[in-house]
Design a protein around this ligand. Structure first.
Ligand code: NAP
Length: 250
């Protein structure tokens, strides 16, 4: 890959951090975007130590002004972005009758509004260069998951967002795809185990027992899939949802 400028949201840890490292290894200069700029800096520094180029950008993806300022910094410090990975995410799980409006709104704001704002802010740079790669992080929960009405709706929404943008942006050389991870070992799955009161190793073993490849996923499993969608070679692949879940379905 020629030096491209990639923006990865939610990249201070977990899947986003692995994606940022992978895209840097693929030759991208990477903007590591997350709420906490100090946490982003640790990832950016580790990329630079491995010989890559990265900057840390503290931005709340659900805040329109913060997104505009964050993208302006990327353009100024790295250059115009041509790869965007909308990965920032939160969970606020509860059965519907216990789900608060705040739980609903936060999940919609981070996943859907955040992906919308980031994509809208970045797409002009891609269109100008007649090249772009957008990857949205969905989830197997898009197919339905007890206790996740908010999250499942947001992740299914991202699939519709992906397919629509693929139709709108294709003629400008911009592809838009989604990845739907299954169980990936990160803070997010630790949080779920804690909420339901199961020790993490037990929770993980229970999940692995249901997964055809007989293990849970690691952030790198997702980073490899992003690497493909972000590559120049993937220019004829758009509007797809790739389930990366260790089996044919969730
Ligand atoms: P994670 O470890 O919790 O990382 C998510 C990151 O997003 C955190 O650093 C978080 O920051 C950041 N973030 C939250 N709200 C943000 C905002 N408004 N603006 C910017 N950054 C924000 O989760 P993960 O497991 O790596 O998940 C990454 C993505 O994959 C998410 O979209 C998730 O829904 C999706 N996914 C994960 C799994 C899984 O099994 N782990 C499965 C399917 C899909 P704070 O910590 O400061 O809030």
């Amino acid at each position: 890959m020629n030096t491209r400028i990639a923006v990865v949201t939610g990249a201070a840890r977990g899947i986003g951090a692995a994606v940022a490292q992978q895209l840097a290894a693929d030759g991208c200069a990477v903007a590591v975007v997350d709420l906490d700029e100090a946490a982003c800096l640790l990832v950016a520094e580790s990329i630079e130590k491995s010989g890559g180029r990265a900057i840390a950008v503290g931005t709340d993806v659900s805040d329109e002004e913060a997104v505009a300022a964050g993208v302006a910094r990327v353009v100024q410090e790295l250059g115009p972005p041509t790869v965007l990975v909308n990965n920032a995410g939160v969970i606020r799980d509860n059965l519907l009758f216990r789900m608060t409006v705040a739980d609903w709104d936060l999940v919609m704001d981070v996943h859907l509004r955040g992906s919308f704002l980031m994509t809208r802010a970045v797409q002009g740079h891609m269109i100008e260069r007649k090249f772009g790669r957008i990857v949205n992080m969905s989830s197997t929960s898009a197919l339905g998951n007890r206790g996740q009405a908010n999250y499942a709706a947001a992740k299914a929404g991202l699939q519709g967002f992906t397919k629509t943008l693929a139709l709108e942006l294709g003629k400008f050389g911009v592809t838009v795809n989604a990845i739907a991870p299954g169980f990936i070992e990160t803070e997010m799955t630790h949080e779920t185990a804690e909420r339901i009161g199961v020790p993490f190793e037990e929770f993980k073993a229970g999940a692995a027992a249901q997964i055809p490849v007989a293990r849970v996923g690691q952030p790198e499993d997702i980073a490899h899939a992003v690497s493909f969608f972000a590559s120049e070679a993937a220019g004829f692949v758009s509007g797809q949802v790739l389930y990366v879940a260790g089996g044919p379905k969730a």
